[in-house]
Design a protein around this ligand. Structure first.
Ligand code: DCT
Ligand code: MG
Length: 575
């Protein structure tokens, strides 16, 4: 949430000391926080990530609802907070009160429920998740259920118009929230494979844990990232050298699992964001200190960079564990905690892993990742992606000439190099047929043609119209051709526009357009734009198909309804 609002907030997540937390919330004492809102440590969130798959539904619900909250209480004084029912009349469902609170807030702005002073989940639409909206493949969203967009579409004054046609952008006030979401997701992604017990109580004043030096500034009227075609080029920032050094330091902390590394990385990301928006070259410590989001310790580091052009702390933090775990995280399917596990088992090199040193055992997918380590850490030239796609397309059309097969991702955005090949498969249904069964047949033919070489993830039900396949491919009959990542995405014909939009990206553009959709009362995901969003009363998750489908067939109609000016794929570059 951009601001703490006790009428809407369901949980407060903080790993910061009491003073910092109170400042972030804008309250004087812990007592000022209502008893129905628990104040929890990050470990509560992580406990859900770690155990989601192994817990029974009851156990998992208990983690969400009260019973074990005290274990993760951020402050002793608030141990029991949240374990008593809310003081809002809620005759039929325990959770109804929160829903009602969200409804009450609906007229004022976005109704997200988790307030966080460090890092918490944000509203990330599910990515081809189960019908109840599970953890998306591209991002981590363990407790997305706690966060709800409004349940009915609120028409904006600019509904259906481009913001260019209407000079006033009524959504500009939510722009800072878009930045926060990205920042918090970045924090999540640093957890990598998500089995890490990465969170610790870092209740001490950390090196970089700067409290906000000033009260929140008035909201800036800037508009939505997705609405603007021009984006400030990286090189245009007058403080880029400072940002680069602080980014290095942030990445080093992200790669560590020390008590307060997570918090430090978060703090640096906040300062970096503030510096990106600062229009002038910083000249002094005082000037740096005066920027909202830059605290005392970061300002001192900025001063050091200004005076020496360097930051000693980077050398200090560049330790063996960081180096090794980074190396291990380059293996497909390996995140931070697995990398640390292997490091702790005594492995220091890829050869150590190959030899199974310290009893380390890799999964079949990690084995493939290790075998093609260099290939998979390399981006392919655009021409290679094109060549592979041009081999695949005729094979697909030989199965069914009416098939629609399109390459998406960075290739469709016109990028000169691609990390992988993202392919959409669907088929018009006007003749009464569908593409059911095409994907398994195509995969089998691509294996036979030596284009697909290894499978990484097969669809649960390959005959489903909606399925994802992940694997490796290469250009056959070319000596030394590298292994490349390839994804196939099969979707129903009616969902092709939403799928194209999502898988074309880029991710920043996607995030911005989804947030804009949420604020307008819709939910946008790779299946479509939905209105009248309803949540499952049992677990508060948004039912994927529970809303009313408003648009999904073409990208154009989705843009139009959301009031986003049409942009060609190559114009959707925001990252
Ligand atoms: N996507 C997203 N959010 C993410 C990751 C991906 O919305 N966190 C969307 C946008 C791009 C699309 O999915 C395909 O994902 P990738 O293949 O990972 O990204 P890409 O833009 O194609 O970049 P790359 O060249 O690295 O593959
Ligand atoms: Mg891609």
């Amino acid at each position: 949430m951009p601001e703490y609002n006790p009428n809407v907030t369901t949980h407060i997540i903080t790993d910061a000391p009491e003073g910092t937390t109170l400042r972030a919330l804008g309250v004087k004492r812990l007592k000022d926080i209502p008893e129905h809102i628990p104040t929890l440590k990050w470990s509560w969130v992580v406990s859900g990530i770690n155990h989601k798959n192994s817990l029974s539904k009851e156990e998992f619900d208990a983690r969400l609802d009260g019973d074990i909250l005290f274990l993760h209480a951020a402050f002793h004084e608030r141990m029991d907070a949240g374990r008593k029912p809310q003081p809002i009349a809620a005759p039929s469902f325990r959770k109804k009160g929160k829903e009602r609170a969200a409804e009450q807030n609906r007229g004022d702005g976005p109704s997200h429920g988790v307030a966080s002073t460090s890092a918490a989940t944000q509203d990330v639409p599910a990515l081809f998740s189960e019908s109840e909206g599970d953890v998306p493949a591209h991002s981590s969203r363990p407790f997305g259920a706690l966060i709800s967009p409004p349940t009915s579409p609120r028409r904006s004054p600019v509904h259906g118009q481009s913001s260019k046609e209407n000079n006033h952008d009524p959504l500009a006030e939510f722009y800072p929230q878009a930045h926060k979401q990205r920042q918090q997701e970045d924090e999540w992604s640093s957890l990598g494979d998500l089995d890490a017990d990465a969170s610790e109580d870092v209740g001490t004043d950390s090196d970089a844990g700067d409290p906000e030096p000033h009260p929140p500034a008035p909201r800036q009227k800037r508009g939505w990232t997705c609405d603007k075609k021009e984006v400030q080029a990286k090189g245009d920032c007058p403080n880029q050298d400072i940002i680069d050094k602080l980014t290095q330091l942030m990445e080093l902390h992200k790669a560590k699992m020390g008590d307060d590394d997570h918090w430090r990385a978060f703090s640096y990301s906040k300062s970096i964001r503030a510096l990106r928006n600062y229009p002038r070259r910083i000249k002094t410590y005082e000037e740096a200190r005066g920027i909202r989001g830059v605290g005392e310790k970061t300002a001192k580091k900025i001063e050091e960079i200004l005076q020496t052009g360097d930051l000693q702390r980077i050398k200090y933090e560049k330790t063996k564990d960081v180096e090794v775990t980074r190396l291990f995280q380059g293996i497909y399917g390996v995140g931070q905690s697995i990398a640390f596990k292997w490091y702790s088992a005594g492995c220091r090199t890829l050869d150590d892993l190959r030899a199974g040193k310290g009893g380390v055992k890799l999964s079949p997918v990690q084995e493939i990742g290790l075998q093609y380590y260099d290939d998979l850490n390399d981006r392919m030239p655009r021409a290679e992606a094109k060549a592979i796609f041009e081999l695949i397309k005729p094979i697909a059309l030989s199965i069914d000439p009416k098939l629609y097969i399109e390459i998406m991702g960075s290739y469709r955005r016109g990028k000169a190099d691609c990390g992988d090949i993202d392919i959409l498969i669907t088929r018009p249904v006007d003749d009464g047929n569908t593409h059911r069964g095409v994907l398994p047949c195509l995969l089998q033919k691509l294996h036979a043609a030596d284009i697909i070489t290894e499978d990484l993830a097969l669809p649960e039900d390959p005959d489903d119209l909606e399925a994802i396949y992940r694997g490796l491919c290469h250009v056959p009959d070319v000596k030394g051709s590298k292994r490349r990542r390839i994804d196939f995405l099969s979707v129903p014909w009616t969902a092709r526009g939403a799928a194209l939009l999502y898988y074309t990206g880029d991710d920043i553009f996607n995030r911005a357009i989804r947030m804009k959709a949420n604020v307008l009362g819709y939910s946008l995901n790779q299946k479509g734009l939905f209105g009248n969003i309803v949540r499952d009363p049992r677990d508060r998750r948004i039912k994927m198909n529970a809303g009313v489908l408003v648009a999904s067939e073409t990208e154009e109609e989705i843009f139009k309804i959301l009031g986003v000016p049409w942009q060609e794929p190559h114009e959707r570059v925001r990252g």
